[in-house]
Design a protein around this ligand. Structure first.
Ligand SMILES: *[C@@H]1O[C@H](CO)[C@@H](O)[C@H](O)[C@H]1NC(C)=O
Length: 226
């Protein structure tokens, strides 16, 4: 290969890379990829009812210029990674991919309690608090490592399309053999937390309202059980 060809190849690569920066949120994709690979290679497999901790830091690119705290969009961005980590470690992610299901967020409720300041390290705790036919419900807490304060709390409804989630979770609970001291499976299904019930009610109310406005409707595929 002559120098001119090499020069052209390098130029083409750099151009593609620059264009990708313009059309994609590259850092998000890199991190998602690193998150999945790191989790697969180095993190222990866990039970679906375990709690995970995912660490993060409020960086200079995450702040609201005039108050120097983490901006509200960064919380949602971090939640994606915390949940990806959780879903990969529990093998739910692999299971859903294999069966050609899709994992999407249905709704999120978040409550901010205290600022996370620039350079502050925090961890996100993630656990499943409930599930129904179409969705898994997560609770996440943003906890500052220094003083263990819960700076924000979020509930996320994770829709899984083309799937009977209840059926899937039953398999997972059985497979993971969640036992109590008498040797029985502890949960077939978790009792619904009051906050999640309110979230479901709110979703339904909002959905009914939009439907009554006679707008064009979007229908996500749902699983019919017989
Ligand atoms: C907020 O944080 C996100 C994620 O780091 C970043 O993309 C965005 O530019 C930041 N600033 C504002 C003003 O939203």
């Amino acid at each position: 290969m002559d120098t001119e060809t090499i020069y052209l190849i390098v130029l083409a690569i750099v151009t593609c890379w620059l264009i990708s920066y313009w059309v994609l949120d590259n850092h998000w994709f890199y991190r998602a990829l690193i998150c999945v690979i790191h989790t697969l290679l180095f993190k222990k497999k866990i039970n679906i009812l375990d709690e995970t901790h995912y660490y993060g830091i409020c960086w200079t690119t995450d702040i609201d210029i005039w108050v120097f705290h983490m901006n509200n969009t960064k919380y949602f961005r971090e939640l994606d990674f915390a949940r990806t980590d959780f879903l990969v470690r529990t093998r739910i992610f692999q299971h859903v991919r294999k069966k050609k299901g899709l994992v999407v967020v249905g709704s999120t409720y978040i409550r901010y309690r205290r600022f996370i300041k620039v350079f502050q390290i925090f961890k996100i705790s993630t656990r499943i608090v409930y599930w129904d036919k179409n969705s898994i419900y997560f609770e996440h807490r943003f906890i500052t490592v220094k003083d263990q304060f819960v700076c924000a709390i979020a509930y996320v409804k994770q829709r899984i399309t083309n799937f009977d989630v209840e059926e899937m979770m039953k398999q997972f609970v059985d497979k993971n053999v969640v036992m109590n001291e008498n040797g029985n499976t502890v949960v077939d299904k978790l009792p619904i937390p009051a906050e999640i019930q309110k979230m479901i009610d709110l979703d339904e109310e909002s959905s009914a309202k939009l439907k009554s406005e006679n707008l064009p409707q979007v229908v996500l595929q749902t699983v019919e059980t017989t």
